[in-house]
Design a protein around this ligand. Structure first.
Ligand SMILES: *Cc1c(COP(=O)(O)O)cnc(C)c1O
Length: 357
């Protein structure tokens, strides 16, 4: 059979593998590959889902009720809040709204897997700045990398997939060094899991007020356990967020997602207790792995990083064989989400068998 002639695809897009999701877990497996919340949804959140707008109707395109609620919580106008179907969507919207051919988007590497495709889809150029020792953001090097083509710098804290934070002092010094017309996206997807007192908290410190070029991103996918409903938000200067509102696909946030997010904010105290349980498991997991001899970096998120280096594929296969779905980064290391209580001993047992001094 002859190959059909297909429509032309942009070469830089055709060169990339399409998105492939991590393996879905079998019935007996623990899925520790996507940093999801291991707890069942709260009854009050499920209840809210039954009260959404009838599904034959479009949702409120502005997600007004959720934006008002978040504005109240963080002491900003609803215009300073933007909601989208996951904070990954907001990353795309902001990069599309600021950057085009020849423009540069700076981010640390290794960091979140979604970052490289952001400049690429916009036709812009990604600039990766290597992490400093301890797998920490090298903010000085990132500020040094700014050129007159830089439009966006993304700072991920805690940094997915490794876990260290950026401190308040480091971020404050960095923002002073970055030109005011360059957008800084502070991606705080794991903020709720942070216990380090010196960590930057873009919302508590209201960095977006003093610096209108800073936009803070948060999500309901991780600590709040709504990954399957897709809802995240940004707080920042209304005119900067307008760029995201313009590039975003209208009506992407469903009324079910909006309702569940509001119900989750209503149940925040209960959800915070679950976060404490996950943090306690994280502490145990890191201590256990270090006691085995693994050089695990500090993680302030709901995952830990196993620096398996060249042996990553082999070590990942051992986890797989034990029905533990983890996220390997070939040649580098393995990200393991902090999951169900019963998964901890299993993770530690596999890691112990794989450790090499
Ligand atoms: C999970 C994650 C997000 C948010 O994901 P959404 O589900 O799209 O809200 C954003 N940034 C980082 C670094 C993440 O790990």
């Amino acid at each position: 059979m002859t190959e059909p002639i297909l429509p032309r695809i942009r070469p830089e897009i055709a060169a990339l593998p399409p998105y492939r999701q991590g393996k879905q877990a079998g019935a007996n497996a623990f899925k520790l590959s996507s940093n999801e919340n291991p707890f069942e949804p709260l009854p009050s959140v499920l209840e809210a889902l039954t009260h959404t707008t009838p599904i034959n109707r479009y949702p409120d395109a502005t997600a007004g009720a959720l934006r008002a609620r978040l504005g109240e919580k963080f002491g900003v106008d609803a215009d300073a809040v933007h909601v989208a179907s996951g904070s990954v969507s907001i990353l795309h919207q902001l990069v599309l709204g600021t950057s085009s051919v020849g423009d540069e988007v700076i981010y640390a590497w290794r960091s979140f897997e979604a970052y490289p495709s952001l400049p690429l889809v916009a036709g812009a150029t990604g600039i990766q700045v290597p992490l400093a020792p301890g797998a920490r953001h090298d903010l000085d090097a990132m500020a040094d990398a700014v050129t007159d083509r830089t439009r966006v710098i993304i700072v991920c804290t805690p940094n997915n997939p490794i876990g260290p934070i950026v401190t308040s002092a480091e971020f404050a010094a960095f923002v002073e060094r970055v030109p005011q017309d360059v957008l800084i996206i502070l991606d705080e997807a794991y903020a709720e899991f942070v216990t380090a007192p010196d960590a930057v908290d873009g919302l508590a410190e209201r960095v977006f007020e003093k610096h209108p070029n800073v936009v803070v991103l948060r999500t309901f996918s991780k600590a709040f356990g709504l990954a399957g409903l897709r809802v995240g938000y940004a707080i920042g200067h209304p005119r900067v967020l307008d760029a995201a509102r313009t590039t975003g696909i209208p009506l992407s946030v469903t009324s079910a997602a909006e309702r569940a997010a509001i119900a989750s904010l209503d149940a925040e105290a209960e959800l915070r207790e679950r976060v404490s349980v996950i943090v306690e498991r994280r502490t145990r997991l890191i201590a256990g792995l270090r006691a085995q001899g693994w050089d695990v970096p500090d993680s302030q998120a709901n995952f830990v990083w196993l620096p398996s280096g060249e042996r990553t594929d082999e070590v990942a296969a051992a986890f797989d064989a034990a029905d533990l779905i983890v996220r390997p980064f070939s040649g580098d290391g393995i990200r393991i989400s902090v999951g169900e209580e019963e998964s901890l001993d299993k993770v530690l047992a596999v890691a112990a068998a794989q450790v090499r001094a």
